[in-house]
Design a protein around this ligand. Structure first.
Ligand SMILES: *[C@@H]1O[C@H](CO)[C@@H](O)[C@H](O)[C@H]1NC(C)=O
Ligand SMILES: *[C@@H]1O[C@H](CO)[C@@H](O)[C@H](O)[C@H]1NC(C)=O
Length: 380
């Protein structure tokens, strides 16, 4: 027989379980009830940080032709894309041109593991007056190296597909290329900063200032819009490899870094938090530098890009968090951005100022799988 107290606890347990199941199942429910939303109302917004300081006027460019002669950063927009993704990338690029690059005229570099068709190039060039270059990725920067045990690699892909891991069977070459090779492409050698753009994104707000110049002047190395949790099944051994790299190369880790974003226990275990790298505004020389280069080589030797499915998002994020100072990692709060299934939508004044058209309630910022609060805490 159940005592009344036990009965109450049981009912409470069931309600809490349903709450959690619902939070994960129904986004709307999650948003309406998510504990941190409620908590925030009680405690006020978390203290913070640099990104809440308005961007200085010097980075803004009034709509006057005279200002087109102004200072420019050493930067390019970088697009890795296939011929078959033409309409998706045109949609992204059109938005980027309209909201930002029409005024700033930064050049584009398009990369592909196959040659771009003439028709692809013509369609792209029609969207902009900025310089556009099309490059072919060298075969050894893209394809699976011969020392990878294909039997083991294909078993890993099959297992992930069987276990319904998202993209479990795909994108190995692309993740490795983005992690360790794109910044070595000959067309990018002449640039220092880049903005990574993918097909089918949405840019919700006007970007009326030059984020590249801001990065350059403030010596930032990595900029993001969305920070979320990684799927553990794609990186079972990554953190162990990171730890053994740190043990072997303690001097490469920068004092004042963002380890607390990655770990709650000083590096023993990984929080799974990473910056979502399908959007990046970052410093190519940082990836080209000694610390990250050594780090990438070390990871690559373990084969985890193929034996597991290490993504460029955790690899870049761990690199940025260990080898840069935390102040050098910037949250582009004012850039409203969507890449399915997540979006970052600026709130309040920032939304108004950017003339954004996204719904602020749809923003992933402080939802359960977001890591933005962890980034904020670095500066509190
Ligand atoms: C390129 O510049 C010309 C001359 O200023 C202008 O008429 C045209 O609309 C521009 N094209 C694009 C795609 O911005
Ligand atoms: C831009 O940056 C690259 C990489 O650091 C460098 O090689 C190049 O000389 C720079 N260009 C200018 C004009 O400063």
């Amino acid at each position: 027989m159940m005592t009344p107290m036990r009965y109450i606890l049981l009912v409470l347990g069931v309600i809490i379980s349903i709450h959690y199941i619902m939070s994960f199942t129904y986004e709307e429910y999650g948003k309406a009830t998510f504990i941190s939303n409620i908590a925030e109302k009680w405690t006020g917004p978390k203290s913070n940080p640099l990104y809440k300081i308005p961007v200085p006027d010097e980075y803004c460019k009034p709509d006057s032709p005279m200002h087109l002669q102004d200072r420019k950063a050493n930067a390019s927009i970088v697009v890795l894309v296939r011929n078959s993704e033409l309409w998706g990338i045109m949609s992204s690029m059109k938005q980027l041109e309209d909201r930002f690059n029409r005024k700033f005229q930064y050049p584009y570099v398009f990369l592909n593991d196959e040659p771009f068709t003439q028709s692809f190039q013509d369609h792209i060039r029609a969207l902009t007056n900025a310089t556009v270059e099309f490059g072919l990725i060298p075969s050894d920067h893209w394809h699976q190296p011969s020392w990878i045990d294909e039997e083991r690699a294909s078993k890993s892909r099959d297992d992930m597909v069987k276990n319904d891991v998202i993209y479990g069977g795909r994108y190995r070459n692309m993740c490795r290329f983005n992690s360790g090779f794109f910044y070595r492409h000959e067309l990018l050698q002449k640039y220092r900063y880049y903005w990574r753009v993918e097909p089918d994104i949405q840019l919700f707000c006007d970007v009326d200032y030059d984020p590249f110049l801001m990065m350059q002047d403030q010596k930032k190395v990595y900029g993001f819009t969305i920070a979320i949790s990684e799927i553990p099944a794609t990186i079972p051994t990554l953190w162990d490899v990171v730890k053994s790299f740190i043990d072997a190369n303690p001097d490469s880790v920068t004092p004042g870094n963002a380890m607390e974003f990655l770990s709650d226990d000083g590096g023993e275990s990984y929080s799974l938090c990473h910056f979502w790298s399908n959007f990046e505004i970052a410093d190519l020389d940082f990836w080209r530098g000694e610390a990250y280069s050594k780090f990438f080589e070390y990871l690559d030797e373990q084969g985890g890009f193929y034996y597991e499915r290490w993504g460029d998002a955790p690899v870049h994020s761990i690199g940025a968090a260990l080898f840069a100072k935390k102040e050098q990692i910037h949250f582009f709060n004012d850039i409203g951005y969507q890449h399915d299934p997540f979006e970052h939508c600026p709130q309040g004044d920032v939304h108004t100022k950017g003339k954004c058209w996204c719904d602020p309630d749809e923003s992933v910022d402080y939802q359960i799988y977001s890591c933005l609060d962890r980034y904020d805490k670095l500066f509190s």
